[in-house]
Ligand binder design. Structure first.
Ligand code: SF4
Ligand code: SF4
Length: 496
């Protein structure tokens, strides 16, 4: 029998099991271990209820009745609750969805801009675009679908400018990243785990914890911090614990450390670690301590009051910190290897990781790639495969971690440099982009890549829910955007 999570509606289907948590297909709900957690929201088995046959029928009917649009931003809204078929103002569903799409891309840009501003870097041109983008979604302003596509592409261009600004801010403040090996175990001592995306918060914390007997660990998208010389120089920045954002509940319960969440992708904590969780910047969790001014004294005091972690080396060592100049220092070798047929194709596989079962695709895709291919990766999607030992091709690593999601700009710079190196247009290069998306920064990055007219990208784990048939058809016919299917089939289609 299927069971439904009462918190997030995830359905546990015994036929599928939960392979990501080590639960084999065919495992009945009753046979799940007591410490099994909902893979989406992390609650325990007690928060699940059986799905009756009647409910299953209703679920299927509900799935069929997807809304054409949803807008409740003005007082004209249909029945006082929401325009769901067409706007009372005349707004068409595709326009409503393109407005949402623009807002999502703007949210992504804002996140990168926020972190650049944290380091003192701003750009009035980007600010002006954000205003115009927001304004265009106000009631009775713009009813023109093609213009919203134009605005989305402009958002993509602005996102490139924003990622460049943030990259400049990171490099000027913390140095050019260098490839760095990062241990994944624990060192004896008190500990703070830092999750999120803010290098500024981590840098301030490293300063304030110097000589205090506290080890600092990164989690999820903070891993690339180890590659920046001005952060790596602190000997108490000792390693990485856990993987992508959605393992927080497992990782943070496992290690009795104090935790700092510096940005998005923080989960509501369980009671087991709520009193050890602190937030800073935009992140905010009710009933936990928020630190506004980078004065981490309460977090440090908490870490010192907790038991020490044991000395326990991890099984893998991760390598991060490939900046554009490191990769491009290999460009002559890369040219030689491509011309000699020793590198057949480059893949940029990355983006957000997601707990959806379909995200297994990315592990299998990279595992099944032939040995004459090179994979560039970024963001937390890399945790699907960054523990694989893929070796190198005559000194060129086969797995190159370029950093956080905003470091997509490094990928864009490398692609532009390869295009110049080989005298080919981007779409003629032996390169395929395979994206995974979860939240709105990925939407901004998708539009950045489309604004560069990159064609033939693969996208998953599912197609964006805000894109209706019209929008998908537009993306397919203009950009040859492809949903991921089966790793083997896709690789065959790409490599022939
Ligand atoms: S802006 Fe238009 S679509 Fe949105 S709630 Fe008002 S009438 Fe409805
Ligand atoms: S890549 Fe996306 S999903 Fe992953 S931690 Fe960053 S913002 Fe969150």
């Amino acid at each position: 029998m299927k069971y439904r999570c009462l918190v997030c509606d995830y359905i546990y289907d015994p036929e599928k099991g939960d392979p990501d948590s080590g639960i084999e297909p065919g495992t009945e709900f009753e046979d799940l271990p007591d410490d099994w957690l909902c893979p989406i929201c992390g609650v325990g088995k007690e928060q699940f209820a059986p799905v009756t046959e009647e409910e299953e029928k209703t679920l299927k009917e509900e799935e069929k009745k997807a809304l054409d649009m949803f807008c409740y931003q003005c007082s004209q809204t249909a029945k006082g609750t929401g325009c769901t078929v067409i706007g009372v103002c005349g707004k068409q569903p595709t326009v409503a969805r393109l407005q949402d799409n623009l807002l999502f891309a703007i949210k992504g840009i804002s996140a990168y801009l926020y972190h650049a501003r944290e380091l003192g870097y701003t750009d009035p041109e980007i600010d002006a675009f954000l205003e115009r983008g927001f304004y265009s979604t106000l009631t009775n302003v713009n009813f023109d679908a093609p213009d919203f596509i134009k605005l989305a592409l402009e958002a993509g261009e602005m996102n490139i400018k924003t990622m460049q600004l943030l990259k400049k801010a990171h490099i000027k403040t913390y140095g050019e990243p260098v490839p760095t090996e990062v241990p994944t175990g624990t060192k004896k001592g008190h500990a703070i785990i830092v999750t999120g995306h803010s290098m500024k918060a981590l840098a301030e914390l490293l300063k304030q914890t110097e000589g205090k007997g506290i080890n600092i660990y990164t989690h999820s998208e903070m891993l690339p911090a180890h590659g920046y010389p001005e952060l790596h120089k602190y000997p108490h920045l000792v390693g990485q614990l856990g993987k992508a954002w959605f393992d927080q509940k497992k990782t943070f319960v496992k290690y009795p450390a104090a935790i700092l969440a510096t940005s998005n992708c923080v989960l509501l904590p369980t009671d087991e670690y709520k009193d050890r969780l602190f937030t800073s910047g935009v992140a905010m969790i009710p009933d936990t301590t928020h630190i506004d001014d980078y004065d981490f004294t309460p977090l440090i005091e908490k870490a010192l009051s907790l038991p020490e972690l044991p000395e326990e080396p991890g099984e893998t060592v991760l390598t991060t910190g490939f900046g554009a100049s490191t990769i491009l220092s290999l460009k002559d070798k890369i040219k030689e290897l491509v011309e000699a047929g020793k590198i057949r194709r480059f893949f940029l596989v990355g983006g957000c990781d997601s707990p959806l079962p379909q995200a297994k695709y990315y592990t299998e895709f990279v595992e099944k790639l032939p040995e004459d291919t090179v994979v560039l990766t970024l963001a937390c999607g890399k945790y699907r495969f960054n523990d694989l030992d893929m070796g190198d091709i005559e000194g060129v690593p086969r797995l190159i971690d370029i950093g956080q999601c905003n470091d997509a700009i490094v990928g864009i710079d490398v692609v532009a440099a390869l295009s110049e190196l080989f005298g080919l247009e981007i779409n003629e290069l032996p390169l395929t982009i395979v994206l995974s998306w979860m939240e709105q920064k990925a939407a901004a990055i998708l539009w950045s890549l489309l604004s560069l007219d990159i064609k033939g990208m693969y996208i998953g784990p599912i197609l964006p829910g805000w894109a209706n048939e019209d929008i998908i058809n537009y993306l397919v016919s203009n950009y040859d955007l492809k949903p991921i299917s089966d790793p083997e089939k896709d690789i065959k289609e790409i490599l022939g």
